[in-house]
Design a protein around this ligand. Structure first.
Ligand code: HEC
Ligand code: HEC
Ligand code: HEC
Ligand code: HEC
Ligand code: HEC
Length: 214
């Protein structure tokens, strides 16, 4: 083969590889997966959840509202008024309690504003937090576990039983025995998740554009 042609081919190949790599990198960054924020107060889910405090104890709005609240200073002080009060790590929390300054946290999970999402519909259908947020009780600093893409939402809406983790005690999502027997309860099993009783078999959810977009 002609040597200049050969070089041209290699250059073109290089350009293609660079383009492909940047395409993959941009897609990965857009999905936000593994994103982790450094917070002003180094709150560790792991060291709190080992005492079996439930998710809904702190994120109590999630059950009834579209958003899941973050706990306020007062919520922290329920325990820390008397616990670890000497700790350097808690100085900002105590300062906030004694002043008008609220604690702020950076958002890790963040959908674009044109997307409608509701925690309460999902939680009241018996979908555990871990389905979408992973095993937060094992995380010191929280990170994003799923790609927050449209494909992720739609895949699960089309075939929820493949993805859903049933409510766990640690989440604080309670299903009464009545609901358990009223629905066709199936044993959900997975290598990663252990065994959970599904409170109900989930029918596919809507994928109309207006379900998730205004
Ligand atoms: C239900 C009680 C409870 C609530 C509510 C609570 N904590 Fe804690 N917190 C604890 C316990 C217990 C520990 C000790 C954990 C350990 O090290 O085993 C702790 C430890 C900590 C520590 C580490 C202190 C150190 O020196 O190791 C920080 C920081 C902290 N909590 C921040 C917070 C913040 C911020 C909030 C509110 C969002 C909060 N906590 C709410 C019980 C609570
Ligand atoms: C003691 C209170 C407390 C408990 C219990 C708790 N959290 Fe949190 N959670 C917080 C605080 C404070 C933050 C903000 C700091 C951060 O993002 O790391 C937070 C942040 C989060 C975020 C990220 C929010 C964002 O802005 O993107 C998720 C997701 C979350 N928690 C899920 C859970 C789940 C799931 C559980 C149960 C396994 C749980 N939390 C239990 C206090 C708590
Ligand atoms: C079906 C998936 C799904 C389930 C189940 C789920 N979340 Fe979320 N969560 C999300 C998404 C998506 C966001 C980002 C929402 C946004 O930016 O509007 C989010 C955001 C959050 C936030 C940040 C505040 C907010 O509302 O934006 C917290 C805290 C949180 N979730 C906690 C929980 C807890 C606790 C549970 C279980 C009781 C739970 N989530 C169950 C998908 C889920
Ligand atoms: C793990 C599975 C799963 C994931 C992931 C999921 N959903 Fe859902 N979603 C469901 C199920 C199941 C329902 C139906 C609940 C019912 O009708 O009981 C639902 C219902 C909804 C509803 C209410 C629909 C209605 O008819 O009222 C909205 C809005 C919604 N989802 C938005 C989203 C968005 C946005 C995302 C992605 C950020 C998402 N969902 C991710 C399983 C999921
Ligand atoms: C189950 C929820 C859900 C449904 C149903 C849904 N979307 Fe989305 N859509 C999302 C989420 C979440 C995002 C933002 C994440 C992303 O950019 O992938 C999004 C992003 C988009 C974007 C912006 C994409 C980009 O690259 O910036 C467009 C355009 C869009 N959707 C159109 C549609 C249309 C058209 C339909 C109906 C056929 C639809 N969506 C149905 C959840 C949904």
């Amino acid at each position: 083969m002609n040597i200049t042609k050969h070089k041209l081919f290699l250059k073109l190949l290089l350009v293609v590889i660079i383009l492909l790599n940047s395409y993959l990198a941009i897609n990965f960054l857009r999905s936000g997966r593994y994103l982790s924020m450094s917070q002003e107060i180094p709150f560790s889910h792991k060291s709190h959840l080992k005492y079996k405090i439930t998710c809904l104890f702190c994120h109590y709005e999630a059950e009834n509202n579209s958003y899941a609240n973050l706990p306020s200073t007062k919520d922290c002080m329920m325990c820390h008024i008397a616990l670890k009060t000497e700790s350097k790590l808690l100085r900002k929390v105590i300062y906030s309690y004694d002043s008008i300054f609220a604690i702020t946290y950076k958002k890790t999970y963040d959908l674009p504003d044109y997307v409608k999402f509701s925690h309460s519909v999902h939680i009241n259908s018996g979908i555990d937090c871990a389905t979408c947020h992973g095993f937060v009780e094992e995380m010191d600093s929280l990170y994003q576990v799923r790609n927050l893409t449209m494909g992720w939402c739609v895949d699960c809406h089309l075939n929820p039983n493949k993805y859903v983790i049933a409510p766990r005690e640690i989440s604080g999502i309670v299903f009464s025995q009545g609901i358990l027997t009223a629905y066709d309860s199936a044993l959900f099993s997975s290598k990663h998740f252990g065994y959970f009783i599904m409170p109900r078999k989930l029918a596919p959810a809507s994928i109309d554009c207006s379900t998730c977009h205004y």
